[in-house]
Design a protein around this ligand. Structure first.
Ligand code: ADP
Ligand code: MG
Length: 717
């Protein structure tokens, strides 16, 4: 219907010239809406609603089916229902048993009486009504012990014209100061006045093909559903109107991402080609690369050879062999005369990479250095100098790599391991150490595709989806806290067969100090009781590097049968003879993290086990979560489940995740739509890469409008 926005809509781009800046109607502050004064505006602001447009996108979270107004006698116990009657009694009553006041009322129609009760209802609510008035009630119907028909906490409103009462009613999020009714009046006022001004973002051609609605019609229908709507679909956010609004939002996200990808491709970068080092490395490796490793490496080399910066994310399950792939990429950079920075999130991990890579580097005659915060100032300065003079070719390090004093002579490739632990800014800082170097990001926490499309839509992603040969899946059991002895017994069985075991004692949320204490007393207790005949080692995050190394070395050499540790082990060590891991308080962990921990066993030839010791009651979600660990060893499946259970925000952890805040879309719920949006956005850009066709021109301005500030898309196109 309203396919073209009013001509004024784009006028803000020229507003700099006019003395009184023109405000497009949708961008006006909420005060312009009827019934909104300064106080209301302030309350709305707390809901994140500042403009008229925000009100239009304040989508109801629930719908009440009030299409059928029943007689009181026809109300069905246990179901929600709506009825109209005359208020015949209303008053407060003190309930001696609970020692609280309740508000009670009685409504009558020609078929019977309906009893009402509210707890904690406000005085003004009571005063709003007078006996004899006709009221509409909506709520869950309950039949009392003596046969009376009740509604507890029903919605009640005055009925003026009965014809108007049959409808599907939208329920909105509101602040405590507002009533349900006042919130609805404000939103509906804004909708009736302005919704037709909302421009269709998605090109008509695409909308038609997908059978989507006109955007403003969709918004209108979400706020003021017609009587023909399917209430269940509305409540599940699955109505056509929902899908239309969600698609619109996701289409723009994907369009923006795709444009960003294209812009990056246009940037000038280094052209790096593999040479003798890459050829030699195959000869010195003690194994053949897996097909998956080869395939990913090929893509990486192709990216690096192109005269544009590479931006590739490599996902690979724990143990899939990402390090060696990164190393081969590094060698290609050296072959072309560049330096490489390899950044890891922890000292332990950086040290481990350094230790794994040093022998390989030595065989190839490549210089390699370690740069972490642990180094003495003198040592650091030395590394800085070598880097600046180009005398070190590969530098493995932590955040210490992006400190002020670090300068590279000729950085060609920046590798980020466990990249999800770094923020966007940190990645950017690393990139700035060179002149548009290639970036290779790696993660062992597989990001479900839906999520990676959303947050990494501007990266190229590939997966190492195959483990090196000989790995056996780890058998996993969940033990209830009450079965602790049984779990210990199972651990003991493995040790008695000559294997070794980890006991991981993780305390999230609590301080490192607590964690330390817990692990220490745990080790102490076990060595006196259940495992008193065995040698137990202890590692935790507080230990000095050398101390830690010493314990690890002894464990690796088989001098300890058991290693009690805090979560430092997550990224720690590789001991093929360790075949069992017991994880304490498993319920406190995200599945992805448990999966990482579990990846420490199953590295040798023998069958391996992971025991999850957890506190839960049968109905708990935590046990359902943990069962996923039992059912699968596939990191991607686990990540999907983790995402479902915890939601995208928590799944990604910290704020730095770069997850855009959607108005309506929910990437877990709407993953199908996201896929389609991605395809459509790509297809559109393939046809019109610079958004120059008449149909695209509007896309471009809307794109800037919608995502400005949110996705740093200001410089689109
Ligand atoms: P992740 O992907 O978890 O970082 P790593 O790179 O640490 O995995 O590799 C895990 C282990 O597998 C290492 O001991 C590594 O040497 C070994 N590895 C890597 N690639 C292969 C391969 N193709 N064949 C056999 N072992 C491999
Ligand atoms: Mg790794």
């Amino acid at each position: 219907m309203n396919d073209y926005p009013p001509p004024s809509f784009d006028a803000h781009s020229t507003s700099a010239r006019s003395p009184r800046p023109f405000q497009p109607p949708l961008k006006k502050p909420v005060q312009y809406v009827k019934g909104v004064g300064p106080k209301r505006a302030e309350q709305l602001a707390r809901l994140g609603i500042a403009t008229v447009e925000d009100l239009l996108y304040h989508i109801p979270f629930r719908y009440q089916d009030r299409r059928e107004i029943r007689k009181i006698a026809q109300l069905v116990g246990g179901e929600e229902g709506a009825t109209v009657g005359q208020l015949v009694r209303m008053g407060r009553r003190f309930v001696t048993r609970t020692r609280r006041w309740v508000l009670e009322g009685v409504v009558r129609d020609e078929t019977g009486f309906l009893f009402l009760r509210w707890y904690n209802q406000h005085r003004y609510f009571e005063q709003k009504y007078q006996l004899g008035q006709r009221v509409l009630l909506f709520g869950k119907v309950e039949v009392g012990l003596k046969g009376g028909v009740w509604m507890i906490h029903p919605d009640m409103e005055l009925v003026e014209e009965e014809e108007e009462t049959a409808r599907i009613l939208a329920i909105y999020n509101k602040t405590t100061e507002m009533t349900v009714g006042s919130m609805r009046r404000i939103v509906h006022g804004a909708v009736l006045e302005n919704v037709d001004l909302v421009p269709n973002g998605v090109p008509e051609e695409v909308r038609e093909r997908l059978g989507l609605m006109d955007l403003s019609a969709a918004l209108r229908s979400l706020h003021l559903p017609s009587l023909e709507e399917n209430v269940a679909a509305l409540n599940n956010a699955a109505s056509l109107a929902h899908r239309t609004v969600v698609f619109d939002e996701l289409f723009y996200l994907q369009l923006g991402m795709a444009l960003r990808r294209r812009n990056m491709v246009k940037e000038d970068g280094l052209s790096i080609v593999p040479g003798p080092l890459v050829r030699q490395v195959h000869e010195i490796l003690p194994f053949h690369l897996t097909r998956a490793q080869e395939r990913v490496l090929e893509v990486i080399f192709r990216d690096m050879a192109a005269p544009h910066p590479m931006n590739r994310l490599v996902q690979g399950d724990v143990g899939s062999g990402k390090t060696i792939v990164a190393f081969c990429a590094a060698l290609a950079a050296l072959d072309s005369g560049y330096q490489v920075a390899f950044m890891a999130p922890t000292e332990l991990l950086a040290e481990q990479h350094f230790r794994t890579l040093t022998p390989l580097a030595e065989k190839l005659g490549v210089s390699i250095a370690l740069l972490t915060g642990d180094l003495k100032p003198q040592q650091k300065r030395e590394v800085y100098n070598l880097l600046e003079q180009g005398k070190v070719e590969i530098t493995v390090g932590t955040h210490a790599l992006i400190q002020d004093n670090v300068r590279f002579h000729r950085l060609g490739l920046a590798i980020v391991d466990e990249q999800h632990r770094f923020g966007v800014m940190q990645r950017a800082a690393l990139k700035k150490l060179g002149a548009n170097p290639d970036m290779l990001l790696m993660t062992a926490t597989p990001i479900p595709r839906t999520l990676s499309l959303t947050i990494y839509g501007d990266l190229d992603v590939s997966a190492i989806d195959e483990l090196p040969p000989g790995r056996k899946p780890v058998t996993t059991h969940v033990f209830h806290e009450g079965e602790r002895q049984k779990a210990y017994q199972a651990v003991k069985m493995q040790i008695d067969r000559g294997h070794q075991a980890y006991i991981v004692y993780p305390l999230v949320e609590e301080s490192e100090k607590m964690e330390l204490k817990a692990a220490t007393s745990m080790a102490d207790q076990l060595s006196k009781t259940f495992f008193k005949d065995y040698s137990i080692g202890l590692v935790h995050g507080r230990m000095k590097g050398e101390e830690k190394d010493e314990v690890m070395r002894r464990f690796k050499a088989g001098e300890h049968q058991l290693l009690v540790s805090t979560t430092v082990i997550e990224v720690g060590i590789d001991v093929p003879n360790a075949t069992v891991m017991l994880i304490e308080h498993a319920e406190r962990f995200g599945l992805a993290q448990l999966h990482q921990l579990r990846g420490r066993v199953g590295r040798g030839q023998a069958e391996s086990f992971c025991f999850l010791l957890a506190q839960y009651s049968p109905a708990d979600e935590s046990i359902r979560r943990l069962r996923v660990m039992v059912e699968t060893n596939d990191g991607f499946k686990i990540a999907e489940a983790d995402l479902m259970f915890r939601g995208p925000g928590e799944f990604l952890g910290t704020r730095q995740s770069g997850l855009p805040d959607f108005r309506v879309a929910n990437i877990v719920r709407d993953s199908r739509i996201l896929e389609i949006a991605r395809e459509e956005a790509d297809a559109w850009l393939a046809k019109d890469p610079d958004l120059t066709s008449p149909a695209s021109r509007r896309l471009r301005s809307l794109l800037e409008d919608r995502w400005a500030g949110r996705l740093e898309l200001a410089r689109v196109g």
